[in-house]
Design a protein around this ligand. Sequence first.
Ligand code: ZN
Length: 222
Amino acid sequence: MGVILRMRLLDIRYQFPMVIQRLMRGVVFRGDISQRNVYITFDDGPVPQVTPALLDLLDVYGVKATFFCVGENVQRYPDLARKVMQRGHTLACHTYHHLRGWSVSTTDYLNDVALAEQTMRSVLGPGWNNTRLFRPPHGRMTWPQYRALRATHRIVLWDVLTHDYDAAHYSAKRIHSLVQRLVREGSIITFHDSVKAQPVMLDAVEKTITTLQQSGYSFLRL
Ligand SMILES: [Zn+2]
């Protein structure tokens, strides 16, 4: 009698290899894994072309989410940023200029994070609970940037990256099936409320929510 090994095939396009997860101590890839919880997250907003429709969709299904905002967008669309907060979602930092960590110095990177948080504080006011969550754009930072931010923030990456920003190759249907294949207890799933993701994101999110709710998953904020 052979032993059946149930292996979970990992695809690095969508998930971080375990060795990276071990190396990046303190980085959050999954939330609470003790129950059927998932965490839906949106990067790069808020933008008027996409975010209002997304908020309405999330309300229809009673889902609360986490928005990793670009400071520049919060500055440009303050009413929209406040609306995201008023609708009960978590707003967290994704740098001010959507910086690619590998292309700038540690000092410039940290200053950009600080500027984003200062902007969010002034736009969102005392109602904003800065949870010190931080997600690096493109999931990339240099080692010194990571070490510096780890001391002051909870760095959040993801368990499932949906590629919704690549609408030419990822249809809503394809995203939905990849989420279905990879999701597990505590998964942090990354979408984008950006113009680039607009053609597929809303449809992909709706399909994802309905399927996961039917499978007994609850949606939590970080
Ligand atoms: Zn981003």
